[in-house]
Design a protein around this ligand. Structure first.
Ligand SMILES: [Mg+2]
Length: 432
């Protein structure tokens, strides 16, 4: 890609989420081991940043190494460490802390000169709660007694579920909810998207220009935005392309890539920005409540595959002859334009997400289409953002926010239809 630097050269440390980014359960995510090996070779340092507090860094690093991603314990940052630091900043060394969790928390507390205990009658001065598959009713009861007595309560994270190879299982957020329900109290939360987790990752990695890499909008990306860090969303985990398109501002990534190979791509081929609605061969318009996605030419793959089209956001490609048009399921009247080819037939195979191409990055054409759609929809949503805020419509949950931010701006069905017609779909295997 010539002299244009890749992400590996623009950022000193990649703060990598694990589940859905580097591995899914016992398996590495496709291309992850090789892409991370090459990132190290290019001079980028790696930090493995996980909300999962169950395992200490040594075991996380061993698991990573086992699946082909070499990692040292010092490169692993867990929400248990972030929680332990929060407590250590408030408590004298040697203080006893009740652990509603497992080994990961015990190791993190000892590292901060705090003493883990397992009973409410053992003299704890605080309670820390983090996921462990061994947590059962007796320990939840000890935690409830201690929290009800008024002790400080820190949760490593509040992710409601943990992915397992059999599906979604109760995560720490679900277990925290048990003590919350029983006591009526709220914990302080250390993990993503809260600031302590990012701070822990910066402190341990020494990053001066970090790139947060994650698969979740409401933890990884929201945490990066809250900290003012740039972020790369990869589509190998829980986030569907439609989720990115409909995301409110606080959940929007700086870059979108298919997988960790994106680290070796120029930022101009990955950047997503409100208003950048012409990207590569694609042009997106929000009009009359629907999304219209057009493609400049059935043979434009070579242009779109260069990966530098982001800077050509206003070149008026839409006025080229031979424009193909995607129509959403909610018809917006595009059919009245004669002579336009439906995109489904016009898109070449190279635009398939994840497919290799002989010219540019794998799947670059489809990625460009997604970026164009985001550029158009984000700008349209932002234009009404003030009104949504003024009516007190701000919602915390992702789904609610989607409705609050995009309600009346763009019809979801038309976005889905456009993405589908342009084959901007995620890889077929859903990890969880
Ligand atoms: Mg993840």
């Amino acid at each position: 890609m010539g002299a244009v630097p890749h992400l590996t050269e623009l950022y000193d440390v990649a703060l990598l989420d694990l589940d859905g980014v580097v591995y899914v359960g016992p398996r590495p995510v496709s291309h992850a081991p090789e892409a991370l090996r090459q990132a190290r070779t290019a001079g980028m340092r790696l930090a493995f940043v996980t909300n999962n507090a169950a395992r200490p860094p040594e075991r996380v690093a061993a698991h990573l190494t086992e699946i082909g991603v070499e990692a040292l314990p010092d490169e692993v940052v867990t929400s248990a460490q972030a929680a332990a630091r929060l407590l250590a900043e408030q408590l004298p060394a040697g203080s006893k802390v009740l652990v509603v969790g497992g080994e990961g928390l015990e190791v993190a507390l000892r590292e901060q000169d705090l003493v883990p205990v397992s009973g409410a009658d053992d003299g704890p001065v605080a309670v820390v709660q983090g996921f462990s598959p061994t947590v059962g009713w007796p320990l939840l009861a000890e935690g409830t007694y201690a929290v009800a007595s008024g002790l400080p309560w820190v949760a490593t994270n509040t992710d409601p579920v943990v992915p397992t190879d059999r599906g979604r299982a109760p995560g720490n957020g679900t277990l925290v909810a048990a003590i919350r329900t029983a006591t009526g109290r709220e914990p302080v939360v250390a993990g993503k998207p809260e600031p302590p987790m990012h701070r822990e990752a910066i402190l341990r990695s020494g990053a001066t220009r970090p790139l947060v890499v994650g698969d979740r909008l409401d933890t990884d990306i929201e945490g990066a935005n809250a900290a003012g860090a740039d972020s790369l969303l990869v589509l190998t985990g829980v986030t569907d392309p439609i989720d990115v398109v409909l995301a409110p501002a606080r959940l929007r990534p700086t870059y979108v890539g298919h997988d960790l190979r994106a680290l070796h791509v120029s930022p101009d081929a990955l950047r997503v920005r409100a208003g950048d609605a012409t990207v590569g061969a694609w042009h997106a318009v929000v009009d009359g409540g629907g999304l219209r996605l057009t493609r400049a030419s059935a043979h434009a793959g070579s242009g779109g595959a260069e990966g530098l089209a982001g800077s050509a956001a206003s070149d008026g490609a839409g006025s080229d002859g031979g424009v193909a048009r995607v129509r959403g399921a909610a018809s917006d009247g595009a059919g009245s334009d004669g002579g336009e080819a439906p995109v489904r037939g016009a898109v070449s195979d190279e635009s398939r997400v994840g497919a290799g191409s002989d010219g540019g990055e794998p799947g670059q054409d489809a990625l460009d289409g997604l970026r164009a759609v985001c550029g158009a929809v984000w700008a349209a949503a932002d234009a009404t953002g003030d009104a949504a805020g003024a009516t007190g419509n701000a919602a915390r949950a992702v789904g609610d926010s989607v409705e609050a931010v995009t309600g009346g701006v763009v019809d979801r069905a038309s976005v889905e239809a456009a993405l589908d017609a342009a084959r901007i779909t995620r890889a077929p295997a859903r990890p969880y």
